[in-house]
Design a protein around this ligand. Structure first.
Ligand code: ASP
Length: 343
């Protein structure tokens, strides 16, 4: 009896010495299994079941689990991420909680992480993770990724990185990370900006600091912003249809350093005449857009007519930034330049 009592007291003291980490589960492959009848990957694991796959967690942290939702990340939206962002901030107000891990589908994880990077008020580490193989797969990478994400949250080496994406041992900043491979476990990369760090055996190796920090309040209603992917020979009709459908903003995934053809240029002019904000990004993997070319549709001409030709965000992330900044400029769209001119 004495022995049991001693064991209980020892366990309580040990647990209270461990840091507390919040884990938000939201779905994605990491929470899925393969249906044996159809062979489809389907949502399956609750937050509790997912965490039960990682018994090592109990040795390094107390876990506060928040089973937020269970959605494939193709079903996620900026509105859901807005709610998630608020919930994370609210949870991290608790001084006992040192940071948060968010499990999320990988398809839209780069966008989700960027949305939270732009909107979270907390300075505590927030780490996104997920899996490329589901829980029925012999190569299920979920448990190791969750363990690494928690190790990252509790490490002193991960201070001031803001929101990060940690999969397959690599740590990426939310701003520059992109999914680069549809099925390979090494899918998240930050291109020319490089990884922030690496994690091995619970130790964080810090390579880089966060390059840039922007913060915005979440507006009550997010504006309607669409993404138009340009292609050679486009006649501009698709863009015109978007303008006529009454959107607040359009992000153009253009060519090279920020150029479109003459027909698309005319329809960008049409959009701007209707007070729609137009932001030019590029379909090229790396590098900024620049107002260089002077012909009809060249970046310089696009800037002259009022399009924003700045920065190095790819289309989906530029769209999120535009959704958060449009309410701040009250139709004076030139003011958007300062939000997009970042390294
Ligand atoms: N379709 C899945 C999702 O994004 C893919 C994954 O999680 O890896 O939710």
């Amino acid at each position: 009896m004495k022995k049991i009592l001693f064991f209980i007291i020892f366990s309580v003291i040990k647990a209270s010495a461990l840091p507390t980490v919040a884990i938000f589960t939201t779905g994605g492959t990491i929470s899925e299994k393969t249906d044996p009848k159809t062979n489809d990957s389907i949502p399956a694991l609750s937050g509790e079941e997912l965490i039960a796959n990682v018994p090592e967690l109990n040795k390094i942290a107390n876990i506060k689990l928040i089973d937020f939702c269970n959605l494939d990340s193709s079903q996620m939206s900026p509105e859901i991420w807005a709610n998630l962002s608020k919930k994370v901030d609210e949870t991290l107000k608790d001084p006992k909680i040192v940071g948060a891990v968010i499990t999320h589908g990988t398809d839209t994880m780069a966008e989700a992480a960027f949305f939270l990077e732009l909107t979270l008020k907390t300075d505590k580490p927030v780490v996104f993770t997920g899996a490329m193989k589901n829980s029925s797969d012999p190569y299920f990478d979920g448990p190791a990724n969750i363990l690494n994400a928690v190790f990252q949250v509790i490490s002193n080496k991960s201070k001031n990185w803001g929101v990060t994406v940690n999969l397959n041992q690599y740590i990426n900043s939310a701003r520059y990370v992109e999914k680069t491979n549809t099925t390979n476990m090494q899918t998240f990369e930050s291109g020319e900006k490089g990884y922030l760090g690496y994690i091995n055996d619970g130790i964080v190796y810090r390579f880089n600091d966060r390059l840039y920090k922007q913060k915005f309040n979440i507006p009550e209603k997010l504006p309607k912003v669409i993404l138009y992917a340009d292609y050679s020979g486009a006649d501009g009709s698709l863009l015109k249809a978007a303008v006529d459908s009454k959107v607040d903003g359009i992000v153009i995934e253009s060519f090279g350093s920020g150029n479109v053809n003459a027909d698309v240029y005319e329809n960008i002019k049409y959009a701007i005449s209707k007070q729609i904000a137009v932001v030019i990004t590029t379909r090229v993997l790396y590098g900024n857009v620049f107002p260089i070319y002077g012909d009809k549709g060249g970046g310089k001409e696009l800037e002259k007519i009022g399009a924003i030709v700045r920065g190095n965000l790819r289309g989906p992330k530029a769209r999120l930034l535009l959704m958060l900044t449009l309410p701040l400029v009250e139709k004076n769209h030139k003011k958007l330049n300062k939000y997009f001119s970042v390294p």
